[in-house]
Design a protein around this ligand. Structure first.
Ligand code: NAD
Ligand code: K
Ligand code: MN
Length: 343
């Protein structure tokens, strides 16, 4: 590869403030990676209100045909039903078959030689569960009734299970916890649990991984104790678990992710568009910068990813550049200056 074409989809709210910082971090890498070429792409609620389409065809086509990878910011999806609108990120994960959402939740250790207190990965299934978004409202004997379909398939559970076993195998502890609620939902969550467990019996390499299970509600609670290594969960549970885990490392503004499939990868901060702070220039760009690192690591640029993570760790460790979510007064813009200086 001579160059690396990276689609940038900041989308809505603070996505527009933090994705440029991720771009600066990649640009500052210099010759550690092939020359990056950035392609600006649009999607989101603002795009929808302007054009009537939340995810333009062109954005999808450019991602599919021209990009090696992408970075997504955040969308503002209204809680009320808006006719014709559907979340572009949920759609993109399905269209590009980015079936795994890998969310490492890691605290910054007091010194580079000390292990992180919190160091786990939430592996979230990214294509099904309640996110198939098949909902209906009807009238029953006692008024309105609403129903949603929750789809769990053996295929999707197996492939996310494989991804989770691979990740667990590559870590020192080699521990995997399967998250479910099979005590209540024995058919759907039962299938998820069985399918993930079956992955181990089909690949002798995975015998080295210790497997445990935890019901999702108590799993949220038990995240407070440093017991988890890799956790694998159906879509909705994985979403909730990772936001809860973010509280353990100080802020949702520092937790990155990648949406990964077999042929494409898209970095994305775990947080949303944060309308409460949008426009103030105080959004924490660390989640997006780390998402760029994760994306590069996924593509095999380990050294480059390491450089980005180290740079972020050292500024956080020294207490420089703490945005208000982490108790400081730093602005998003200050990260640009720091990243450019370190290059
Ligand atoms: P949110 O993640 O946007 O914000 C939750 C809280 O965390 C807010 O107080 C916010 O200020 C803070 N926060 C989040 N990111 C931060 C950052 N980088 N720096 C500093 N503080 C940060 O969640 P929400 O408020 O529940 O949702 C707001 C909107 O975002 C909704 O429209 C929702 O649909 C959307 N959303 C989008 C995604 C996505 O793009 N994948 C994910 C979650 C929510
Ligand atoms: K996001
Ligand atoms: Mn979420």
């Amino acid at each position: 590869r001579k160059s690396l074409t990276i689609g940038l989809i900041p989308a809505d709210g603070i996505g527009k403030e933090v994705i440029p910082a991720a771009r600066t971090a990649i640009e500052a890498l210099g010759s550690d990676i092939p020359t990056p070429k950035f392609v600006d792409l649009i999607a989101g609620f603002e795009t929808f209100t302007r054009t009537g389409v939340a995810l333009p065809e062109e954005t999808v086509e450019v991602l599919k045909n021209d990009c090696d990878c992408a970075l997504f910011g955040s969308v503002s999806s209204p809680s009320r039903k808006v006719v014709g609108y559907s979340s572009p990120i949920v759609a993109l994960r399905k269209i590009l078959d980015l079936y795994a959402n890998i969310r490492p939740v890691v605290s910054v250790s007091p010194s580079p030689d000390e292990p992180s207190k919190v160091d786990m990965i939430v592996v979230r299934e990214n294509t099904e569960c309640l996110y198939v978004k098949q909902e209906q409202q009807t009238f029953g004997e006692h008024g309105k009734e609403a129903r949603a379909t929750r789809l769990i398939t053996e295929r999707a559970s197996t492939r996310i299970g494989k991804m989770a076993f691979e990740l667990a195998l590559a870590r020192p502890r080699r521990h995997l916890t399967v998250i479910h609620k099979s005590n209540v939902l024995s058919v759907t969550d039962g299938l998820f649990r069985e399918s993930v467990r079956a992955v181990q019996t089909k690949d002798p390499r995975f015998e080295a991984v210790t497997v445990a299970e935890q019901l999702v509600d108590s799993a949220v609670y038990r995240q407070y104790f440093p017991i988890y290594d890799v956790m694998v969960a159906p879509n909705l549970y994985g979403d909730i678990l990772s936001d809860a885990a973010a509280a353990l490392v100080g802020s949702l503004g520092v937790v990155p992710s990648v949406n990964a499939g077999d042929t494409f990868v898209m970095g994305e901060p775990v947080h949303g568009s944060a309308p409460d702070i949008f426009g103030q220039g105080i959004a924490n760009p660390v989640a997006s910068i780390r998402s760029a690192a994760l994306m590069l690591r996924h593509l095999g640029y380990t050294e480059a990813a390491h450089r980005i993570d180290n740079a972020v760790d050292s500024v956080l460790r020294e207490g420089q550049l703490l945005t208000p979510d982490l108790g400081g007064t730093a602005k998003t813009q200050e990260y640009h200056i720091s990243l450019q200086k370190n290059s």
